[in-house]
Design a protein around this ligand. Structure first.
Ligand code: SF4
Length: 371
């Protein structure tokens, strides 16, 4: 039987849509959340194995009431492997002392806080509904309640932001007693409100060079403060790398529950229907929840694995690759490696290949070239 290592549960509710967001989420109402969690609990009941990592993401998981969170976490108890990583995402405006205490009591051992920025103007321009003060309070509260594995999300590259502003943001972020920081550069995803605002010239993206300077600064500043850069956007104190994401990047299997969630089992990747009401309805009628699926040919699967794994600091060890995919990496990618190395994007030897500092700046190009 295929080992399903990770379980992802999507909580597809938000109070308001952020301007840059292209994740699936719906407006939160209590009755919809009640019906949805009821379905998820039934799905959990049907799962017959333990997971080494469970990740409750969103959307906004912390928007759920104390009662629903308690039911969900109690239901999940039977699926948690000993020593599993168990993460829940929270947003600063909807998390409080009681919820954090509940998470801890129910075995959650990692909190991921959607702080994004410590500047009210920047938060406002992203359409976030919380303040910088609330972000700080949520981070400090997680520590006070007893979490010792806390991650925060940060965004850089917002219109009018400059390097100096980012320096202040990172200084603040690294000053907390936290273990993990995910730093994302702002992207203008098609059809998001921010994308439309850019089309209408209501906002102007910052210069590519400034963006590159910001990323270079992040790559040098955070490791100086003890956060190892272990993947394109991920920085952690030693031993606090996100195991759930490592599982994805290692091309291991995972199960995704909820609308728009993706599962990857036995080489087949499937995606659930996107709409939460349709998801509930289909489940209650005993219909298939999967909207699309694909089984990649082995060579394509191997290339995909390479394109994801190259984004990690350690890069790709050919022995690992052979073991995982059955392919000889150097043979498989022989037409691309020379070019990428000549452009200074990768460095490779007879054992492994990894991104250079310049390669981290152009990781999307490297990934798509390996595909
Ligand atoms: S809170 Fe998160 S999921 Fe919800 S709209 Fe904002 S970025 Fe998207």
């Amino acid at each position: 039987m295929d080992t399903r290592e990770g379980l992802y549960i999507h909580i597809p509710f938000c109070r308001q849509k952020c301007l840059y967001c292209d994740f699936y989420s719906a407006l939160h109402t209590e009755s919809l959340a009640d019906s949805y969690i009821e379905v998820i609990l039934k799905q959990i009941q049907r799962l017959d194995q333990n997971f080494s990592s469970i990740y409750i993401g969103g959307g906004t998981p912390s928007i759920l009431s104390q009662d629903l969170l308690n039911k969900l976490l109690a239901g999940l108890k039977k699926l948690i492997k000993k020593d599993a990583e168990f993460t829940i995402e929270v947003n600063p405006e909807s998390v409080d002392k009681e919820k954090l205490k509940l998470f801890l009591e129910r075995g959650v051992n990692r909190i991921s806080i959607g702080a994004q920025s410590f500047d009210d103007k920047k938060l406002n321009s992203l359409g976030r509904i919380h303040s910088a003060k609330q972000a700080v309070e949520a981070i400090e509260l997680s520590k006070k309640i007893g979490f010792n594995n806390t991650s925060i999300d940060m965004i850089f590259g917002v219109s009018k932001e400059d390097l100096k502003a980012l320096e202040a943001e990172l200084e603040k972020a690294a000053g907390f007693d936290i273990q993990h920081i995910s730093c994302y550069s702002l992207s203008y995803e098609t059809d998001t409100p921010l994308f439309i605002m850019r089309e209408k010239k209501e906002v102007s993206p910052i210069d590519d060079e400034v963006m590159a300077d910001m990323y270079r600064y992040t790559m040098s500043y955070l490791p100086d403060k003890g956060f190892n850069h272990y993947e394109v956007s991920s920085f952690s104190k030693p031993g606090f790398e996100c195991r759930h994401n490592l599982n994805y990047w290692d091309n291991n299997s995972y199960v995704g529950l909820g609308p728009s969630a993706v599962s990857y089992i036995g080489g087949v990747r499937s995606e659930n229907v996107k709409d939460v009401k349709e998801y509930i309805d289909r489940f209650n009628k005993g219909m298939d929840l999967v909207m699309s699926w694909e089984e990649l040919p082995p060579v394509q699967m191997a290339k995909e694995s390479a394109s994801i794994k190259i984004r990690t600091k350690e890069g790709i060890d050919y022995g690992w690759f052979k073991n995982k995919t059955g392919f000889d990496f150097l043979e498989l990618e022989k037409s691309t490696l020379g070019d990428l190395a000549e452009q200074g994007l990768i460095e490779y030897n007879e054992k492994s290949v990894r991104l250079t500092n310049k390669g981290f700046l152009f990781s999307d190009t490297v990934s798509s070239t390996l595909l």
